[in-house]
Design a protein around this ligand. Structure first.
Ligand SMILES: [Zn+2]
Length: 259
């Protein structure tokens, strides 16, 4: 076999493999079969003394694919690499109608009371599917170097591959997700948002807030800050069974028990 022809055989096998790898959910078995075939071609070329100049690198790459299969990082269906494309999957809700029924009643009444008192209430997240909570939590922790991407536990139904070719690439892909989600603080996982018993709200008002609590009693809030962090407002919220977060670092968070 003339050398030029040998090279093109090998290159074709590699190209087929690379094209397959770029699919969202390629068949892992097909990938590994092709990697093994390409390795065989490479071995034959090496024996014949006609291996391409980059044969060592090619061999390493192909063997890497085989190892990934053995390690379970490529399954019968390969996982989808982490990255910004995950952000619009498992969408969250900003509607109170997606909240747990028992919690929802109090939330709607509390928001109505704040608004009729002249406060501005902007609703962030209400329901956050467990899959989204998982993706947000671990993308943050990988990006912040809190966890090795290889150590992230799996979640059924989320076929994400957190591990890229290098640690830097894994962290960058995670950071792309953090940016896409617009995360500013470490998202809790598990979270009450996944049960529909938590809501994030940004609240503000000017002057005195004369608000009616769930017992029909009007309270004049003159204290500051004039935001959802106001402790007098938290007392009013509690009458509606909407409890201000008892932990720090998550200003907009309220839930049915403060968690
Ligand atoms: Zn929250």
């Amino acid at each position: 076999m003339p050398e030029r022809q040998k090279k093109s055989v090998s290159r074709k096998a590699i190209l087929t493999l690379e094209n397959q790898s770029s699919d969202a959910r390629p068949d892992g078995l097909a990938i590994v079969t092709q990697a093994l075939q390409a390795l065989e071609v490479l071995s034959r070329l090496e024996l014949a003394g006609g291996a391409p100049a980059n044969s060592v690198a090619l061999r390493r790459k192909l063997e890497g694919v085989c190892h990934a299969f053995v390690d379970g990082r490529i399954g019968i269906f390969a996982k989808t690499p982490s990255g910004a494309n995950w952000v619009n999957q498992f969408p969250g809700s900003t509607s109170t109608s997606d909240l747990d029924a028992a919690f929802r009643t109090g939330v709607n009444s509390f928001i109505a009371a704040m608004r009729s008192a002249g406060a501005t209430v902007s609703i962030g997240t209400t329901l956050r599917p467990v899959e989204r909570a998982y993706l947000m939590h671990y993308s943050w922790r990988i990006a912040k170097k809190e966890i090795d991407p290889a150590n992230v536990p799996a979640l059924a139904g989320v076929d994400i591959e957190w591990v890229h070719g290098t640690l830097a690439a894994s962290r960058q892909a995670a950071q792309d997700m953090v940016d896409g989600y617009q995360i500013v603080a470490k998202p809790a996982y598990p979270t009450k948002h996944s049960d529909g018993t938590a809501i994030d709200m940004t609240i503000s008002w000017t002057g005195t807030l004369a608000i009616v609590d769930n017992n029909g009693t009007s309270t004049s809030i003159t204290t500051t800050p004039r935001t959802g962090m106001n402790t007098d407002l938290a007392v009013v919220g509690a009458t509606y069974a909407v409890i201000k977060a008892t932990f720090s670092g998550d200003p907009p968070h309220w839930s049915d028990d403060g968690h």
